[in-house]
Write a protein that binds this ligand. Structure first.
Ligand SMILES: [Zn+2]
Length: 416
């Protein structure tokens, strides 16, 4: 929220945000302005958690009664849906906005909603006959590529070579675990690449400084957990690398979509490894049902997560056009010719086919010789509970407001 408010203020728009990180003085000033006869504020960012409090809702209804509330915008609206990859229970409570503030237009925005998520968002927000505007999910300026860790001697070296060959470009590297962020960033720095790690295990001061340095181009590569990037608008990201397989196509699309927002040629690179796959399957089949058992049929959600993940595995292990697979997962039927050879499978079909054959052989050999060893290593090397909440990015209301919340994720902006 903070970054967006800064950007709006630079454009001369009277914007503010309310968050637990602010001083009471700053908050009081905003409240005084809202209570005044003629508020100077035009745009206010708040969290879904704040909307859910009776005190703030009563404030909104008063502003509404005075005819000053013109629009409510809900950003990252897929978070409303239990079928969205970033589902947050507090977003569910936004359904009260429609009843409490009738006649105020509600605008729901998302870049990653599959058809069933779209329908769920409409129903959950009680939108009545909404006008639905959609554009294609295709990002023609992003080249998609998968590299196979099991066929590489050293994935760290492979990535650092790629970054060096590409030049001093802006990049985000996503890892599943904080330790990988630290290790990989240290490796990149050692090889002369300007890089820093970013995750919830670092203190606020370090994170702010990394973020500032990256936004101002002092650092070119940030190696981060999934919490990084939401709401951050740097348009010249040339490479988004997933060093571990993401949990769903929606998550992959959203994260890889942070590349090339200036429409210039950019790259999405995913390192796929069998150990990563097993680790993710373990997390999805065990941890999620624990986390979400109070919300819905745990079996249903767990199965849903695994089905979503299988789509991601097929993206990596299948031989067809990667772009077509992404678009089909969002309900778009397109010919493979749409890709124009801007994925590795279309540009180098023979090479990708060779890699996939080698991968099958490598897996068969490993399964025969060390099945138990793989299982033990993937389950005992499990990430801890704290890291897991960062991975899910869907903490409950209490933790969402804590200092550990680094997702920069807050997305409700009532215009007044
Ligand atoms: Zn293709």
């Amino acid at each position: 929220m903070e970054n967006q408010v800064i950007a709006l203020k630079e454009k001369g728009i009277a914007a503010e945000y309310l968050s637990s990180n602010q001083t009471s003085h700053a908050k009081n000033k905003i409240h005084e302005d809202l209570d005044s006869g003629k508020p100077s504020l035009r745009l206010l960012y708040v969290t879904p958690e704040l909307i859910a409090t009776p005190g703030f809702m009563s404030k909104l209804t008063k502003i509404y009664a005075r005819g000053l509330l013109n629009l409510i915008a809900i950003d990252e609206a897929h978070c409303v849906s239990t079928w969205g990859h970033d589902f947050r229970p507090s977003y569910r409570k936004l359904s009260s906005l429609r009843n409490q503030l009738p006649d105020v237009p509600i605008l729901a925005l998302t870049a990653t909603a599959a058809p069933k998520v779209q329908q769920d968002v409409i129903e959950s927000l009680c939108l009545q006959n909404p006008l639905v505007l959609k554009s294609s999910f295709n990002r023609p300026n992003i080249y998609y590529e998968v590299r196979y860790k099991d066929l590489l001697d050293d994935a760290y070296a492979d990535l650092s070579n790629l970054l060096k060959v590409t030049g001093d470009v802006c990049a985000i590297v996503y890892c599943l675990e904080r330790t990988t962020c630290d290790d990989l960033s240290a490796h990149l720095s050692k090889t002369g690449i300007s890089s820093a790690a970013y995750h919830a295990g670092l203190n606020n001061k370090v994170r702010t400084s990394v973020l500032d340095d990256w936004i101002s181009s002092k650092i070119q590569v940030v190696v981060a957990t999934v919490a990084f990037g939401m709401g951050i608008d740097r348009k010249d990201v040339r490479i988004v690398c997933h060093f571990n397989i993401p949990k769903s196509m929606e998550a992959f699309y959203q994260e890889s979509g942070r590349a090339g927002r200036d429409q210039l040629p950019s790259k999405s690179l995913l390192y796929y490894g069998m150990d990563d796959r097993k680790k993710m399957e373990f997390i999805l089949s065990n941890s999620e049902k624990k986390k979400l058992q109070s919300l819905r049929s745990e079996e249903g959600l767990s199965k849903k997560s695994l089905t979503d993940f299988i789509q991601m595995v097929e993206f990596c292990e299948g031989s067809g056009c990667r772009r077509k697979k992404i678009l089909e997962s969002f309900g778009e039927q397109v010919p493979a010719s749409l890709c124009r050879k801007s994925c590795d499978a279309c540009k180098h079909p023979n090479l990708v086919a060779k890699y996939l054959e080698e991968l099958t052989t490598a897996c068969a050999v490993r399964q025969k010789s060390s099945f138990s060893q793989i299982f033990i290593s993937s389950s005992s090397d499990m990430i801890d509970g704290e890291q897991l909440s960062e991975f899910w990015n869907r903490d409950d209301d209490e933790t969402r407001d804590s200092d550990e919340d680094i997702s920069d994720y807050d997305g409700i902006s009532p215009f007044c």
